[in-house]
Design a protein around this ligand. Structure first.
Ligand SMILES: NC(=O)c1ccc[n+]([C@@H]2O[C@H](COP(=O)([O-])OP(=O)(O)OC[C@H]3O[C@@H](n4cnc5c(N)ncnc54)[C@H](O)[C@@H]3O)[C@@H](O)[C@H]2O)c1
Length: 406
């Protein structure tokens, strides 16, 4: 039996996927409300294919509880934020979860850390936790790191098809865990050591962050000297060895806006390009805010409350708002002692910010300038509703005439 600890964006689909592929799974989360929701047969966030997966897992006998289970395999999938000052990973959730696991784990149990951590975190924080509780690693408890690569919006497909990395001290244990993941994963599963596995996950997200920052920097250069960044990127990408990403209003979520900071925090004198890239991406919401003011001036607009931000989530067609560029932009606006921007997102039903709307039509009636912060399918499919509005399109998706870009 596998006990998955932490049933959030990563733990829940992982638990469901295993349960729907013949593995006996118990999902544990310390949030009783979340567990009650799952027990009542409801999913806790929106994601393509999740409901169907839930039904298959329920048929496979998955159970949900707040209790840690006595079993031979634990998968820990709890948050790993970064400390905003030191930039280092905050391993507190992982070590707390491991402490709880150790209270019930039988001899020989395998503890798989799925949470993303910086290289050396397991050595520095998880091993001492286990040893100080009187366990011998490699005999009483086996440690494995199996970082997750899936992207919200396409999680179910990617869980099935992405290649995976398993890091273990002991190759045999690594292969055993690889076999468990192979119950559902059709991709290649590479077994390596723990520190390599830790580093690969952080490097993958850092690669994305640095490349996004490059595109964002190009957008700023092109804006400064009145060049069309999209046309330039399009032509450059016709070169056989060039593949530039698209600029945007910033980055968010639990991965690209967080994990690269771990390297800056741990290697401050070495991770220079990464540091600059992260600052560039973090500066994009302010850049968009400045663009809003520039466009308002050009159009003779004076009332910021007639400006609306379309999209609150950090990426399209998901309901995850963590670290989203829109939230960063709203914070920045408040720091400048200005408020009034209107906001709407079809995926966010609850009121989470000031001046938030829950209907696209009512939102559009209330504003003259629309800023496309997120390219949800909804707006792509109803683009004609923006005609007659001033549009600042941060994703180059709007084909109406006279649209402004970042
Ligand atoms: N969200 C993503 O897109 C993504 C992608 C790849 C990797 N990751 C990594 O996966 C890990 C989990 O991220 P997430 O997005 O699923 O987080 P999340 O916040 O959505 O979920 C974490 C869950 O863990 C629970 N939890 C925390 N401590 C616990 C404990 N001691 N015992 C039981 N439950 C506990 C919380 O209640 C929460 O439900 C992080 O390290 C993250 O960096 C996330």
């Amino acid at each position: 039996m596998v006990n998955v600890i932490g049933l959030g964006y990563i733990g829940l689909p992982t638990a469901l996927m295993m349960a729907s592929h013949g593995v006996e799974v118990v999902g544990t989360d310390y949030n009783p409300e979340l567990v009650e929701t799952l027990k009542s047969g409801k999913t806790t966030f929106q994601e393509a294919g999740l409901e169907e997966l839930f039904a298959a897992a329920a048929a496979g006998g998955i159970r949900f509880t707040t209790e840690y289970q006595v079993t031979d395999t634990y998968i820990v999938s709890v948050p790993t934020p970064y400390d905003k000052f030191s930039k280092k990973v905050d391993p507190g959730y992982v070590t707390a979860a491991v402490r709880e696991v150790l209270k019930v784990a039988p001899k020989g149990a395998v503890v798989v850390i799925e949470s993303t951590v910086s290289p050396g975190t397991i050595e520095r924080y998880v091993r001492p936790e286990i040893e100080s509780a009187g366990f011998r690693i490699g005999e009483d408890i086996h440690l494995v790191h199996a970082p997750e690569r899936i992207i919200p919006g396409n999680m179910v497909y990617e869980l099935l098809h992405n290649n995976r990395t398993i890091g273990a001290d002991d190759k045999e244990i690594g292969e055993k865990v690889a076999k468990l993941y192979a119950s559902f994963c059709q991709g290649e599963i590479v077994v390596t050591d723990i520190k390599t596995a830790e580093m690969t996950k952080v490097v993958e997200n850092t690669f994305r962050a640095v490349n996004i920052a490059f595109a964002n920097e190009l957008a700023k250069i092109c804006r400064h000297d009145n060049m069309d960044v999209y046309e330039i990127i399009r032509i450059c990408n016709m070169h056989p060895r060039v593949n530039i990403l698209q600029p945007g209003p910033g980055v968010g979520g639990h991965c690209i806006s967080v994990d690269p900071w771990f390297l800056v925090g741990d290697y401050p004198s070495l991770a220079k390009v990464i540091d600059e890239a992260m600052k560039t991406n973090d500066g994009m919401p302010d850049f968009v805010l400045n663009r809003i003011y520039e466009i308002m001036k050009e159009k003779g607009m004076t009332d910021i409350s007639r400006v609306g931000l379309y999209g609150l989530t950090y990426k399209e067609n998901v309901d995850d708002m963590r670290e989203s560029p829109t939230l960063q932009l709203l914070e920045s606006q408040e720091r400048h002692l200005a408020t009034g921007l209107k906001v709407y997102d079809p995926f966010i039903q609850k009121d989470v910010v000031k001046n938030q709307y829950h209907s696209l039509d009512e939102f559009l009636d209330a504003v003259d300038l629309v800023v496309i912060m997120v390219k949800h399918n909804e707006i792509r499919e109803q683009m004609e509703k923006l005609s007659g509005k001033v549009v600042l399109d941060c994703h180059n998706i709007c084909t109406l005439p006279g649209v402004y870009h970042i």
